[in-house]
Design a protein around this ligand. Sequence first.
Ligand SMILES: Nc1nc2c(ncn2[C@@H]2O[C@H](COP(=O)(O)OP(=O)(O)O)[C@@H](O)[C@H]2O)c(=O)[nH]1
Ligand SMILES: [Mg+2]
Length: 317
Amino acid sequence: MCTVCGCGTNEVSIEGGAHEHAHVHADGTVHTHRHGHDHEHGHDHDHHAHGGDLDYGSGPAHAHAPGLSQARMVQIEQDILSKNNGYAAKNRAHFDEHGIFALNLVSSPGSGKTALLVRTIERLKDQVAIAVVEGDQQTANDAERIRATGVPALQINTGKGCHLDGHMIGHAIERLAPAEDSLFLIENVGNLVCPAAFDLGEQHKVAILSVTEGEDKPLKYPDMFRAADVLLLNKCDLLPHLAFDADLAEANARRVNPNLTVFRVSASSGQGMDAWLDWLAAGLERQRGKRVETVAALKARIAELERQLATRYSPGN
Ligand SMILES: Nc1nc2c(ncn2[C@@H]2O[C@H](COP(=O)(O)OP(=O)(O)O)[C@@H](O)[C@H]2O)c(=O)[nH]1
Ligand SMILES: [Mg+2]
């Protein structure tokens, strides 16, 4: 994944705000990979050869960067991900306390994330409060597409970065201040690799695969389909015009993740959207339940503390 180069960590800008610096690579380690050509080619260590093919994913880091040892890469990745996980845990606690159902939409560019969001928002916006985070390397185009529906959206531009992280989403929560019992939709940067590794504090990652991309993508990019709980197979309106085998695509996705829930949908025609919306409604209800539980637990704790105080300071004690 992209932590092999720590890419783009200096170029993040959140719409309407100041530039962000050095939150991922606070220990500075990600810059140590420059120009190691003379010492560590690692031709004999970092890859296995199968016949004439090269496999750079077989070492402990499951990746390769010129001039970086596998051990160093593993260390860098662990540093970055553990910091990210701290931010993600805070986001998740916030979502649970406030009954917010948060989803992280991940896919390759162009599979229809924004189109699906717009279609989903149009169907739901009168029933539930919704806020959207849009991640792209450049432009605020997608946030503008969402705002056109009347729902608040925040664009995050990641510069050369190829994924959103937990820290960025923490800022997005501050900016958007999502309502209690609301739906918080995050469209990640179009990329079938890096966003898989980064927890944002969401309840679920939702992978989108469109029928023009080929049935084999879950096998080629298994991390993403393993990290997701739901797969939206989009652009099903095009199936009559294609040789795409939707059953095979689903079977491939379930090979890497047997627990995947799959919906066949079309953002263009609206087909299949009812089942997806039912799934969303169930998730919203679950999160609302979590908030009520959290509040009840807090009230019980306060009552208990008050009882202890009263005992301690009652006359005669
Ligand atoms: N035929 C068809 N086209 C779609 C569908 N969903 C999205 N598209 C088109 O696919 C292109 C990319 O969509 P977009 O929502 O920008 O994808 P994103 O990059 O994943 O956000 C656009 O031209 C959409 O109009 C769909 O269900 N059917
Ligand atoms: Mg988009």
